[in-house]
Design a protein around this ligand. Structure first.
Ligand code: AMP
Length: 216
């Protein structure tokens, strides 16, 4: 099962991708997480990516495509995967389609989670992440048991640089301009499934599961 997640930053792609990955036993490949790991480890890729990410811009396609191609070639991807945060541009979508076509296959599901911009801004300003293990929380919707502390590993939670208000607005503009056209792209490919991301995390996951289960 090969799945991609679409939707604005903060729509809940990562959260749903984690659930899908656990239930259907396929790896979750988050380009954002891979970039953040590279930034943390101060790799060459990390240094290049950071300058774009901190400004709310997309990392250039050349850097992103190499990274994804390399990751999809690993053994754990043979039975499928869930791409969380990729593709984000038409060029990336085309590259993915061609790469899969060469293997005689295609994306099975494009899951689009829709949330209005106002809700996204409210959500992201309350988002907190663990710099150590990557767990995410929200001060209002998904608070940690102890304020400011990660439930999983006990580390102090932080606000991601790119979750700050001005950067969020920039990211939403970039989303509407570069990524939203992919909704139409995958609609034409006949694999688009749209979900209302303002519903509870559990309800959205139940609806996604129903679609995926029906195809199994
Ligand atoms: P995310 O955690 O998915 O919101 O990603 C965080 C940031 O990483 C984005 O705002 C982009 O700057 C960068 N990024 C992640 N995925 C991609 C991608 N497919 N193409 C370009 N930039 C990306």
């Amino acid at each position: 099962m090969k799945i991609i997640m679409l939707g604005a930053p903060g729509a809940g792609k990562g959260t749903q991708a984690k659930f899908i990955s656990a239930k259907y036993k396929i790896p979750q490949i988050s380009t954002g997480d891979i970039f953040r790991a590279n930034i943390k480890n101060k790799t060459e890729l990390g240094k290049k990516a950071k300058s774009y990410i901190d400004k709310g811009l997309l990392v250039p396609d050349e850097l992103t495509l190499d990274l994804v191609t390399d990751r999809l070639g690993r053994e754990d991807c043979t039975d499928g995967y869930i791409l969380d945060g990729f593709p984000r541009t038409m060029k990336q979508a085309d590259a993915l389609t061609w790469a899969l076509q060469k293997q005689g296959t295609s994306i099975d599901f494009a899951i689009d989670i829709e949330v209005p911009d106002e809700d996204i801004i409210a959500r992201m300003s309350g988002r907190r992440v663990c710099p150590k293990c990557g767990a995410t929380f929200h001060v209002e919707y998904n608070p940690p048991k102890q304020e400011g502390i990660c439930d999983v590993c006990g580390e102090k939670l932080i606000i991601r640089e790119d979750d700050k208000a001005e950067t969020v607005k920039k990211r939403l503009n970039v989303y509407h301009e570069s990524t939203q056209p992919l909704i139409d792209y995958y609609k034409k490919a006949d694999c688009l499934h749209t979900f209302d991301g303002t519903e509870s995390i559990e309800d959205v996951f139940a609806k996604i599961s129903a679609v995926l289960d029906a195809a199994e």
